[in-house]
Design a protein around this ligand. Sequence first.
Ligand code: C5P
Length: 202
Amino acid sequence: MAFTIAIDGPAAAGKGTISKAVAAHFGFAHLDTGLLYRAVGAKVLAGADPVEAARALRAEDLEADNLRTPDVAQAASKVAVIADVRAALVDFQRAFARRDGGAVLDGRDIGTVICPDAEAKLFVTASVEARADRRYRELLGNGHDVTLEDVAADVRARDERDQSRAAAPLKPAEDAVLIDTSDLTIEQAVARAIAVVDAVRG
Ligand code: C5P
């Protein structure tokens, strides 16, 4: 049985954490689609052509250990503007979404472009301040030498690029349920997301 849960939203809103927890709760597979763009971004930083890198992307590229750095995040949001890069990544995401046993995909355009017919759609958001603060703590915890100001600037720059691009801009699908995590604990946000999916599954 295929069942797709699309979870979109801006950087550091809690999508990744919620997606993993929702996938574990329902026993579904999970794809963090940001990793596809990060893997392409990392190849571009190493000198590759973005469209060629996207067309040649392999599953093992998603396991590179440098994909979570701020430099790769910025490179990812730059390659994500290129329509041919996005097009090269569509089939992989759609096949994953319709796999047997159910799938959770998180990203920016899952409910709008990749899986407009997803059975459940969520748009997870939070204030810029809450998101910058969370990403700052996460990067510090991973040993990165960053300041809160730099992280906030990075989040704003990516928001701006993701929302203003012509190809699949970041926006909620019309039928997505909005979850603002600014004042929610992880447990509360996950419980809301599960309740939304339960309501659809009946
Ligand atoms: O979600 P994450 O922060 O890992 O994504 C990195 C970048 O990849 C985002 O800033 C965005 O520009 C891009 N992206 C996208 N579409 C997706 C997932 C990520 O454009 N479905």
